[in-house]
Design a protein around this ligand. Sequence first.
Ligand SMILES: C[C@@H]1N[C@@H](c2nc3ccccc3[nH]2)[C@H](O)[C@@H]1O
Length: 450
Amino acid sequence: SVTLEHGSKRLGKRTDPMMGVWRNYGLGQFIHWGLYAIPGGHWDGKYYSGAAEWIRSWNEMPKNAYDELYKVFDPKAYDPKAWAKQAKDMGAKYMIITTKHHDGFCLWPSQYTDYSVAKSPYNKDIIGPMVEAYDAEGIDVYLYFSVMDWNHPGYRSKLETKEDEEAYEGFKEFTRNQLLELLAFYPSTKGLWFDGTWDQAWIQQAAFADELEEEMRSVIPGLIIGSRFRADENGKRHFDTNGDLMGDYEQGWERKMPNRIEDVNGNDWDCVMTVPENQWGYHSDWKGHVKSSVELIEMMVKAASLDGNFVINFGPDGQGNIRPEESLIAKEVGEWMESNAEAVYDCGYLDWEKQDWGYYTRNRKTGNVNLVVFNYPASGKLRVKVPKGIKIQGIDLIGTNGGTIDLEEIHRDEYFLGLPKGTDHTKPVVLVMKIVEGDAEVQGVYEKAK
Ligand SMILES: C[C@@H]1N[C@@H](c2nc3ccccc3[nH]2)[C@H](O)[C@@H]1O
């Protein structure tokens, strides 16, 4: 490996308590909200087929028309307490809010730009009440911040001239000022979710970004920052020149998921997922595939089974309403979590052979093995191969205690589990298994393995 000044600062996972809390979240909520929610994917009677929060880049939308939208930002329906209650009922343990997206419009009254809520008819801080409401519901808040900022005069995607370099120095100072301002205004935030960091101009700022990351971490000890914030001095992003993870967790899983434990390279990670194929900001007319709550539940369980967190995106409309499709998802995911959350919260990877019927998760607090069945076997029986030296002490449908599942030993360490007759398999079914590791005899009582 090569010596790096601005590469990864740590080998392996963070082991401190704040990261331990992050690791156990299981489910999060992303909120993309800003001026783009006003046009909602349409302009001048035309339909924008791109991602709604990118409508400013659409040649059918005049840039100055977009940039004037702040003059009509006045979300009468904005109700952060209701949003936080809905997220709580869904079972989200953390929430990531766009403080500033690529367009540069700030949802907080930044002292470093006029392009913020302070200059809109709404003329109140959006972020503060949201942080308070989510904190009150016990949901940790993370601040999304786009480095790319189409509004700032000093922003450049690449540095080609002396003038570019001088302008960019001002932009770097502006970026640092806004980030320190966010941490000062909202000190209960647990971390920052960076985006818009793929520009050459930013990638060349390895030293500046490294120093800024250190400075932010010193302002809020334990602050959680992912791999997308900065590049190393060779322009390597997410993983430095030596292949070591930048930041505290891998942040590359955007609208995609790992399939095998090898894909996560022993790192913490989260997957951020849109409900339609690719809409983060509000689009009034979703086209193409819209994910069902069962699809999203499967992705959430798959993430937990591979040591990651799963974050479902919400895009409120220009008035601050949560759209019906997203409210339905929040309700249905919440209903499933009501009785099955222990198979997701505090759960991670279990090194048992993957079976076709679904996923194993291991609850780090109870030691229990969860079998989450998505592909219901026609036989009604689940094949379970238990590694050598592991004994099954008991197994039940989640929430029940004793006698619901019959265990048939096929041969040493391989069993068929019979699902009870009449199990509703239109929903994911969870079995909870208590195991004993090592060659301790099965005492027959449910006590935590040593
Ligand atoms: C979390 C997501 N990241 C932003 C984004 N912009 C992109 C430009 C090119 C490729 C992928 C992108 N993702 C999306 O607008 C959304 O905020």
